[in-house]
Ligand binder design. Structure first.
Ligand code: IPE
Ligand code: IPE
Ligand code: MG
Length: 241
C-alpha cells in the first residue's frame, strides 16, 4: 500500500564533483562550478514544489584536509555563489542561512553569508540551509559544552534536558529533522552529516554525480520516499482486508 506522503525536509550530501571533472579530464574546479549549477536547479525546483526545508552539505569540517589550492578555490566559489544567487533567492522567496562553524570561515565569505542571510530573512518560502564548515560531531560537541555550562550555572536542571531541549543547542533549533536524506555519487556513508537529526531519515543513494543531478533525480528520490513506510520503531499498521 502506498501512502504518498511528501517530505517536509530534504537534506542532500552533494558528492561527486571531483569525479565528474576527472571523468572528463577537466580540473576539479570545473566539477565544483557545475555542482553550483545543480544547487541552483535543485533549489529552484524545491521552492516551486513548495518544500519546507532543503539542507545542502557543501563543505565539511573535514574538507580542510584537502590541498589548500582546492579549499581556497571552494571558498572563492562560495563567496561568488553567495552574491550571484541573491537575485534568484529573493525571486523564489527562499529563506537562506548557514549551519556549521561559520565563524571559522574566511572573513570575506562570512560577510557575504551574513548579507544573504539578512536579506532573505523575511522571505516566506523554502528554507535553504547550506552546511558550511559543518561536522555533526563538532555540532554535538558544541551543544554539549553549552548545555553543560547552563547546567553548572543552574540555568537548566537535569530533569529539563530532553531530546527536544537538546535540539535547542544545535546550530539551528528551528530546523526540523530531515525526512529524506539523499547522497549522490554512490557512497553509502554519512560523512559526519546530521548524525543527531537524521536518526529516522529515509536514506536514498544514487550513483549520479552531483553535477549531473537535477529535477528528474529529485523526482525519483521523492517517489521512492513516498512509497516507503516509516515505522519509528513501531509495527506496520495492518491494511484493511
Ligand atoms: C563534493 O564533491 C563537494 C565537496 C565535498 C566540497 P567532491 O569534491 O567530494 O567530489 P569527489 O568525491 O572527489 O568526486
Ligand atoms: C561529504 O563529501 C561532504 C560534502 C559533500 C560537503 P566528501 O567527499 O567530503 O566525503 P568522503 O570524504 O567521501 O566521506
Ligand atoms: Mg567526495
Amino acid at each position: 500500500m502506498e501512502d504518498h506522503h511528501q517530505p517536509v525536509h530534504i537534506a542532500i550530501i552533494m558528492d561527486g564533483n571531483g569525479r565528474w571533472a576527472s571523468d572528463r579530464g577537466l580540473p576539479r574546479v570545473q566539477g565544483h562550478e557545475r555542482g553550483a549549477e545543480s544547487v541552483r536547479e535543485v533549489t529552484r525546483d524545491c521552492a516551486r514544489r513548495g518544500l519546507g526545508h532543503l539542507t545542502l552539505y557543501a563543505f565539511s569540517s573535514e574538507n580542510w584536509r584537502r590541498p589548500r589550492e582546492e579549499t581556497e578555490m571552494l571558498m572563492g566559489l562560495l563567496e561568488h555563489y553567495l552574491v550571484s544567487e541573491r537575485k534568484e533567492i529573493m525571486e523564489n522567496q527562499v529563506q537562506f542561512s548557514g549551519i556549521g562553524r561559520l565563524n571559522e570561515l574566511p572573513e570575506r565569505v562570512q560577510k557575504e553569508l551574513n548579507k544573504t542571510t539578512e536579506m532573505s530573512r523575511s522571505n516566506t518560502g523554502l528554507h535553504l540551509r547550506l552546511a558550511l564548515n559543518y561536522g555533526s560531531r563538532g555540532e554535538i560537541r558544541d551543544a554539549v559544552v553549552r548545555l553543560a555550562r547552563q547546567l553548572s550555572e543552574g540555568k537548566l536542571q537535569e530533569d529539563d534536558v530532553t531530546e527536544e531541549s537538546v535540539r535547542d543547542f544545535l546550530y539551528d533549533p528551528g530546523m526540523p529533522d530531515p525526512d529524506l536524506l539523499i547522497r549522490t555519487a554512490g557512497e553509502y556513508r554519512l560523512s559526519n552529516f546530521l548524525l543527531w537529526q537524521a536518526s529516522y531519515a529515509e536514506i536514498w543513494v544514487t550513483p549520479t554525480l552531483w553535477p549531473d543531478f537535477g529535477k528528474e533525480d529529485l523526482d525519483e528520490a521523492i517517489r521512492a520516499y513516498s512509497s516507503r513506510e516509516r515505522r519509528y520503531g513501531g509495527i506496520a499498521p495492518r491494511s484493511s482486508p
